[in-house]
Design a protein around this ligand. Structure first.
Ligand SMILES: NC(=O)c1ccc[n+]([C@@H]2O[C@H](COP(=O)([O-])OP(=O)(O)OC[C@H]3O[C@@H](n4cnc5c(N)ncnc54)[C@H](O)[C@@H]3O)[C@@H](O)[C@H]2O)c1
Ligand SMILES: O=c1ccn([C@@H]2O[C@H](COP(=O)(O)OP(=O)(O)O[C@H]3OC[C@@H](O)[C@H](O)[C@H]3O)[C@@H](O)[C@H]2O)c(=O)[nH]1
Length: 351
């Protein structure tokens, strides 16, 4: 049973409310002397950017069987091609808004479009993915006694009135805006996680992920780092949305995967912020990408979208103290790695 995390406002000790049932044994053969016991892990959204890097780490450990369930809305089989056919790996085309029957020990629940242009494309579907999808995964976790980790987001803090953001901050979110399908959707998903924890004794973990970047992002993903790098490589203007002084804190994907695994393996429910506290304005980011790829590139100030958060930076004290985690890769080190991946995929010769 997960130990209680009493260091924030939320009550996370389920033992006083519900006695968890031991997980049912999926098959007697699983623990027979002929069968090598491995942890069986479900990764929803595992064909996406963060998910596929997480799958790499889980598979490379050699101790796990990994099942990916993904509807390929923003992810692709290509991200997982090195594992297709591996005896410890299964890929299922599945939409998490439908029920899924599998026997697993852990669930990393990532399925959800993350780029604003994709989550706003079909907002009702985004809400369904966050609410019904998370309910379905919690139902699965309850049935098989699995531990479940939700990838929530810094967007639960909305356009924050506190800076940097601590986990105790309840946020400043527009409930009826164009981003609400995502940020309110994730807030409900967090609520569902805690209700299943308190009511049914489920072992839960919640990561609040701040902007993450790295190789394998969709080239036309629409998020700022991928846009700037692709634009600079294509010889286009870098589209800085007004005013350009808004800030974000960018975490390299290998650091993020490390944090997610530590959270899953540790004893704290969270929510825990995972992100790199290095904070940059979008103008500073554009200058860094220019300097790295194409110093002659021009910046073009474009119209912004409603409710764009004006600043964002994680307080990662909890991640440091409870998980022993902090990011290792700075933006200056991470950008060239991502630029090289994009250069190869866009077939742009090295200068
Ligand atoms: N990358 C970031 O900066 C960031 C920040 C905060 C939170 N997150 C969260 O991390 C997770 C992964 O984000 P990402 O950046 O890898 O995004 P991504 O879009 O690359 O990956 C999301 C994956 O989920 C799949 N998916 C979407 N809807 C689905 C559905 N209904 N059923 C099954 N699969 C579905 C997509 O096909 C894709 O493979 C998301 O939950 C996102 O909210 C990401
Ligand atoms: O071409 C662009 C794209 C974006 N931007 C700006 O860059 C900033 C970051 O925008 P992104 O689209 O990359 O991502 P956002 O920070 O708005 O949302 C992200 O937050 C955390 C996660 O949950 C998701 O990955 C995503 O919702 C915004 O201020 C946006 O206005 C540009 O200046 N130019």
């Amino acid at each position: 049973m997960a130990a209680a995390d009493s260091s924030n406002g939320a009550t996370t000790n389920a033992s006083s409310q519900a006695v968890p049932r031991p997980p049912p044994t999926p098959s007697p053969l699983r623990y027979s002397k002929f069968s090598q016991a491995k942890l069986r892990i479900l990764v929803t959204g595992g064909a996406g950017f963060i998910g596929s890097h997480l799958v790499d780490r889980l598979m490379e450990s050699g101790n796990n069987e990994v099942i990916v369930a993904d509807n390929f809305f923003t992810g692709s089989k290509d991200n997982l091609r090195k594992w297709i056919g591996h005896p410890n790996f299964e890929l299922i085309r599945h939409d998490v808004t439908e029920t899924l029957l599998v026997e697993v020990d852990q669930i990393y629940h990532l399925a959800c479009p993350a780029s604003p242009i994709f989550y706003k494309y079909n907002p009702v579907k985004t809400i369904k993915t966050n609410v019904i999808g998370t309910l379905n995964m919690l139902g699965l976790a309850k049935r098989v006694g699995a531990r479940i980790l939700l990838t929530s987001t810094s967007e639960v803090y909305g356009d924050p009135l506190e800076h940097p953001q601590k986990e105790e901050y309840w946020g400043n979110v527009n409930p009826i805006g164009v981003r609400s399908c995502y940020d309110e959707g994730k807030r409900v998903a967090e609520t569902l996680m805690f209700d299943y924890h308190r009511q049914h004794g489920l072992e839960i973990r919640i990561a609040r992920i701040f902007n993450t970047y790295g190789p394998r992002m969709n080239i036309d993903d629409g998020r700022v780092v991928s846009n700037f790098i692709a634009q600079a490589l294509r010889g286009e203007e870098l589209t800085v949305q007004a005013p350009g002084t808004q800030t974000r804190s960018f975490c390299y994907v290998s650091d993020m995967v490390d944090g997610l695994i530590r959270l899953m393996e540790g004893e704290n429910t969270g929510p825990i912020n995972l992100g790199n506290p290095g904070e940059f304005t979008m103008l500073e980011l554009a200058e860094a990408v220019k300097e790295l790829i194409e110093p002659s590139a021009q910046l073009k100030i474009t119209e912004n979208t409603p409710d764009d958060p004006r600043m964002r930076k994680p307080d990662i004290t909890k991640a440091k103290t409870l998980l022993g985690w902090e990011p290792k890769v700075s933006l200056r080190e991470g950008l060239p790695r991502m630029a090289e991946d994009f250069r190869l995929r866009l077939n742009v010769p090295k200068k």
